[in-house]
Design a protein around this ligand. Structure first.
Ligand SMILES: O=C(CO)COP(=O)(O)O
Length: 266
């Protein structure tokens, strides 16, 4: 049973997609089409080069800007990297940290992800920490151990006064952009229960209840309500379906409906 109604959180992770023109058009389509955004937090995370263009489109709207990555230093000789201060300078409010594509395709370690979490929070960004197991880990019965490890190392040393700027996203690697393997809403729910239990161990019951935990992995208009309707799922991270304004807006609408339904039963 939830102690309070949390706004649903809908995040578009555009990954390495769009041209500058497409980014602008997509952001415009989303801002123009957003119906009643009060009940949801909507965040767009375009590629780094398009943050200023998309930021311009979002100015004055209720859609927030987010980045897909950050380097854990405020400045210095780190060729090719982007600091938290640079993201704040471009009006980013959120940053995704520990996405599975960075863990598995770019070899980011747990320690490096933990540095990013702490540096981004200390700098004033809101962090979305992604965790999730591979298919091999799930089939080997290691889901809980993997998530435990990712959460305890990812959150190591994060002070409690920063926790209101943190959320966690469960993104099973095997369900991301995958036509073959989809997590069912029940599977997502069951794993969110494990995550919430681990968060309680790490942070204590009060903070664990406060923290939003999202789901990501092949969320689309047809299944968004089923994921968002699960107790314990506070939002969704969307890859492929966030690249089409109408599909993304349909998912935002599912978030609005689910939040309203929760308000009525609260
Ligand atoms: O990785 C994701 C969001 O961060 C999910 O991607 P898809 O929605 O394309 O599966």
């Amino acid at each position: 049973m939830k102690t309070e109604i949390r706004q649903k959180f809908i995040v578009g992770n555009w990954k390495m997609h769009t041209t500058s023109f497409e980014a602008q058009q997509l952001a415009k389509g989303i801002v123009d089409g957003l119906a009643a955004p009060d009940h949801v937090t909507v965040v767009l995370c375009p590629p780094f080069p398009y943050l200023p263009i998309v930021g311009d489109m979002l100015r004055g709207s209720r859609v927030a800007l987010g980045a897909q990555n950050v380097y854990p230093e405020t400045e210095g000789a780190f060729t090719g990297e982007v600091s938290p201060n640079m993201l704040l300078d471009l009006d980013c409010k959120y940053v995704i940290v520990g996405h599975s594509e960075r863990r598995h395709k770019l070899g980011e370690s747990e320690a490096f992800i933990n540095r990013k979490v702490k540096c981004a929070l200390d700098s004033g960004l809101d962090v979305i920490l992604c965790v999730g197991e591979t298919l091999e880990q799930r089939q080997g019965g290691r889901t809980e151990a993997v998530l435990d490890h990712q959460l305890s190392t990812g959150l190591d040393g994060v002070s409690s006064d920063m926790l209101s700027h943190l959320s966690v996203a469960y993104e099973p690697v095997w369900a991301i952009g995958n036509d073959e393997h989809h997590a069912t809403p029940q599977q997502a729910h069951d794993t969110h229960v494990l995550i919430r239990r681990k968060l309680t161990q790490i942070l204590g019951a009060t903070w664990s209840e406060e923290l939003s935990v999202h789901y990501g992995g092949s969320v689309e208009p047809g299944n968004a309500a089923a994921f968002l309707g699960q107790d314990g799922i506070d939002g969704v991270l969307i890859g492929g379906a966030s690249l089409k304004a109408d599909e993304f807006l349909a998912i935002v609408n599912a978030g609005i409906c689910e939040t309203e339904a929760e308000m009525q039963t609260a």
